[in-house]
Design a protein around this ligand. Structure first.
Ligand code: PMP
Length: 464
């Protein structure tokens, strides 16, 4: 194989190179180098095209990120233009125009007084940096014991050492060491776990549990409550109505910083720039973002923080402190230029309005799958939804067998022209935000067939 001319390799050679030399973020190690992932060669709107020229609907929009769809000239031009203009600058000693403009744009989109923005390289580094900022904040305030972080089971916040430790999806980190001495988990707000409680009683139970956990740890030790508005990777779990406002009120009582992780929900996924206030009724102290900020064209993440918090540790209150934490690529000019172009497309094409307009139809079509065998629960918010599959649809428990159903549905859907990329027994749909009604029909039609085929195999005892 000629290593010097990678771009001229054919698809088979590319697949071979990937098998031999790539370590992906998810590997069954006993099969390392044996199985091939689909090689994608192009993207176009809501579709990806594989190396054989097959066109597939990208159900998860990459990883919940390609908001405006693939192949937008405006973004490519903005990236090329900025790369020529100023490809890089040190964020430690200088500033570039796109990051300054983007910070101002994001400050205007976020609720309350979240008017200052720190840029990172993606979602994990956004959440990690936000948590580290709170660490800095409490140290400057002279209360180094206030470090404890409370998170939810089934939440996901990233894969740095700290954010992985904050992620409560069982089985996420086998054989990794996890920081555990200052992180604790409370229940997922998953209504399926409510037993015989109705939504209001379930919410009371969750708030009570949060209070008890604060009391157990000691309010003087709890620094942060970190929560996604809806638990995306946990399976699009939508909390009971009023959940976030109740939790925020408890945080205020105990001087706990409320971080809303909007890495998935930000930039239009729920029909608003940010979902915290307008969709879920809470004004957090910090909002983290990534993914949709550039529609996935280039990496970027960050957090927006409340002025009230900053005022306590800056100016006359700085106590001689120096905030020193960041990345070579914080506020990278090319990424920020891509984000500005992405925001311009979202505005010009009325994409937020489109999501608000079409999300009811998306939910209705997704719910139409509830009559199928295996389908235990369907949920949706904005343009993100989940079809949860179980062999015993009446059971709240997910068996090891159930966890393999998604992969089977995925195989059938891929044959039929839809990428699913399931989460165990859950098929999450979060298509590009530009999806039309007809394309939703196509997507749900294929998913229906995929589930039917998997169900038939299970009934015939073929899936063991
Ligand atoms: N927070 C949430 C809510 C996420 O869903 C993810 C990624 N799926 C992350 C953080 C981490 O983002 P990244 O993979 O860009 O580091």
């Amino acid at each position: 194989m000629n290593k010097a001319v990678g771009s001229q390799w054919n698809a088979t050679e590319m697949e071979e190179a990937a098998r031999r030399h790539l370590l992906s973020p998810s590997e069954a190690m006993e099969k390392l180098g044996q199985s091939a992932r689909p090689l994608l060669s192009r993207g176009d709107g809501i579709y990806v095209i594989d190396a054989k020229g097959r066109r597939l609907i990208d159900g998860p929009a990459g990883m919940w990120c390609t908001q405006i769809g693939y192949n937008r000239r405006e973004i490519a031009d903005a990236i090329a233009e900025q790369a020529l203009q100023l490809a890089y600058n040190s964020p430690w000693y200088t500033v570039n125009s796109p990051s300054a403009e983007l910070a101002a744009r994001i400050a205007a989109m976020t609720p309350g007084d979240l008017n200052r923005v720190f840029f990172t390289t993606g979602g994990s580094t956004a959440v990690d940096s936000a948590l580290r900022f709170v660490e800095f904040y409490n140290n400057v305030l002279g209360r180094p014991e206030k470090k404890h972080i409370i998170v939810r089971r089934e939440g996901y916040h990233g894969s740095t050492a700290l954010t992985a430790a904050c992620s409560g999806r069982a089985g996420n980190w086998p054989n990794f060491d996890i920081i555990s001495d200052r992180i604790s988990f409370i229940s997922s707000p998953n209504i399926r776990l409510a037993g015989d409680k109705d939504e209001a009683a379930f919410l009371d139970f969750l708030v009570d549990e949060f209070r008890q956990e604060i009391a157990r740890v000691g309010a003087d030790k709890v620094a942060v409550f970190l929560a996604e508005p809806l638990l995306a990777s946990g399976g699009v779990i939508i909390p009971p109505k009023g959940y976030h406002a109740r939790f925020k009120a408890v945080c205020e009582e105990h001087d706990i910083v409320y971080i809303s992780d909007e890495v998935v929900t930000g930039f239009g996924r729920c029909g608003e720039w940010f979902a915290s206030e307008k969709v879920f009724g809470v004004v957090p102290d910090i909002i983290t973002f990534a993914k949709g900020v550039t529609s996935g064209y280039v990496p970027l993440g960050g957090f927006a923080i409340s002025e009230r918090l900053l005022d306590k540790v800056s100016g006359d209150n700085a106590r001689g402190s120096n905030y020193s934490n960041g990345y070579t690529y914080s506020g990278h000019p090319v990424s920020c230029a891509a984000a500005l172009a992405n925001i311009a497309v979202i505005e010009k094409d009325g994409i937020l309005e489109h999501v608000r307009d079409i999300s009811g139809y998306f939910a209705e079509r997704l719910h139409s799958l509830a009559d199928l065998p295996l389908v235990a629960n369907v949920r949706a918010s904005g343009l993100v939804g989940c079809v949860e599959c179980l062999v015993d649809t009446s059971s709240p428990n997910v068996t090891d067998f159930d966890k393999r159903i998604g992969a089977r549905i995925d195989i059938h859907c891929a044959e039929l022209g839809l990428i699913v990329r399931p989460l165990g027994n859950m098929c999450v749909m979060s298509p590009a935000l530009i999806i039309t009604r007809e394309q939703i029909d196509d997507m749900i039609g294929i998913l229906r067939q995929g589930i039917e085929r998997a169900a038939a195999e299970i009934m015939a005892g073929e899936l063991v």
